[in-house]
Design a protein around this ligand. Structure first.
Ligand SMILES: Cc1ncc(COP(=O)(O)O)c(C=O)c1O
Length: 378
């Protein structure tokens, strides 16, 4: 049996998305910048995709810019807003994705900004009071806080962050890579300036995503070149990726409630079975279904001899998952997220992440294998 429980890393492509991409690849090969019929046909396809994405998120098509994925969209929002608005202070958290952290830290090392880290508790939840203090004590800030943490699943109350940012005139960038397609973001209400999507996290193709830029914000491009994406991103468009992204998002929205319930059921079942079968099991991050991404479960195992080998042993047993532990020595850098919440470095951690394609039988198999591995230790 091979079980894929690494859906926060990437997801298998939906067959319907694949069909869409194949049809576009086969028949719509014109360059969207060409003014002849072949080009116009592809241009129309891109604009239809933009309209579809915009209508699902309750925003205007003119607020969406297709990118190569999450990392590029994060970079574009952060770098361009900070430079164009002359922002001198940014706020983030130590448990953000490296696409955000490394970008902000690069701007800090150039001397462009001062960077403050909002406190997070041992589950990765933002200290909203501290965020308000940071906003009060500093000049106009750029705030970058993710919606769903990719390692822990802990959710941030982005409505609350948006309200605070509005109150203090801050620019709010939210990395929603792990939550778009899983939660219905309503951009007609949410007070956010930038929001990010990567298609491969929602059964779409790799190398395609978008940056939402609220119409109140005006930035210059990060990639200069031709006039694609209304002069905001030079380079011939990834037409297949864009078509696949729009299709994947349509599918995600059509079945969102059903998938939410089904996947949350798998996660709760796995938690229950692990607690029942393996003594000393704990979970990293928030597990309350109201405050936790339903596709991610970060399991903290009891201390064991074969900690370093745990993921490898799972792989040998046919199970794909992701790992990481807190830093246990000077040489072991460990997961910056688990370090950030001060997880016990002696307890190995495995992130299991689910999708609509997983089954209870797979969970039973994984729990059985984990039980065998943990018992072999005793
Ligand atoms: C929270 C978060 N942000 C950004 C990214 C980067 O997205 P991409 O792989 O599309 O560059 C990821 C991917 O793992 C992610 O989980």
């Amino acid at each position: 049996m091979r079980v894929y429980l690494d859906n926060a890393a990437t997801t298998p492509i939906d067959k319907e998305v694949l069909r869409t991409i194949y049809e576009v690849m086969e028949s719509q090969y014109g360059n969207p910048s060409s003014i002849h019929a072949h080009g116009r046909e592809v241009r129309t396809l891109i604009e239809k995709a933009r309209k579809s994405v915009a209508s699902l998120l309750h925003a205007s098509p003119s607020e969406f810019f297709f990118t190569s994925g999450g990392t590029e969209a994060d970079n574009m929002a952060i770098r361009c807003a900070i430079i164009d608005y002359g922002i001198k202070h940014a706020i983030t958290s130590v448990i953000e994705h490296h696409a955000v952290l490394h970008t902000l830290q690069a701007l800090e090392s150039c001397g462009l900004i001062r960077l403050s880290y909002v406190n997070t508790d041992d589950k990765g939840t933002i200290d909203y009071q501290h965020l308000e203090e940071l906003l009060t004590q500093n000049e106009r800030s750029f705030v970058s806080l993710m919606h769903a943490n990719n390692e822990l699943g802990t959710l941030t109350d982005i409505e609350r962050v948006g309200e605070l940012c509005q109150k203090y005139n801050a620019i709010f960038h939210c990395d929603t890579v792990q939550s778009i397609g899983h939660y219905p973001h309503d951009l007609s209400k949410l007070k956010v300036h930038f929001l990010v999507c990567a298609a491969h996290k929602l059964h779409g193709p790799k190398g395609a995503g978008f940056l939402y830029i609220n119409h109140k914000i005006k930035i210059s491009p990060m990639i200069f070149g031709g006039s694609q994406e209304r002069n905001m991103r030079g380079g011939t468009e990834n037409v297949y990726g864009i078509a696949g992204l729009a299709k994947a998002l349509e599918i995600a929205y059509a079945d969102m409630e059903e998938h939410h319930e089904y996947i949350q059921g798998l996660k709760s079942y796995m938690m229950q079975e692990l607690l029942k079968n393996i003594p000393g099991i704990e979970f990293n991050g928030e597990t309350d279904p109201e405050k936790s991404l339903y596709t991610v479960l970060n399991v903290s195992f009891p201390e064991m001899e074969m900690a370093e080998m745990l993921l490898f042993s799972l792989d040998i047993s046919g199970i794909s998952a992701s790992g990481g532990s807190a830093c246990s020595s000077g040489t072991n850098i460990g997961s910056h997220v688990l370090n950030g919440i001060h997880a016990d470095p002696n307890r190995p951690a495995v992130r299991f992440s689910f999708s609509k394609y997983n089954t209870r039988e797979e969970i039973d198999y994984v729990v059985l294998k984990l039980k065998e591995l943990c018992h072999a230790e005793v």
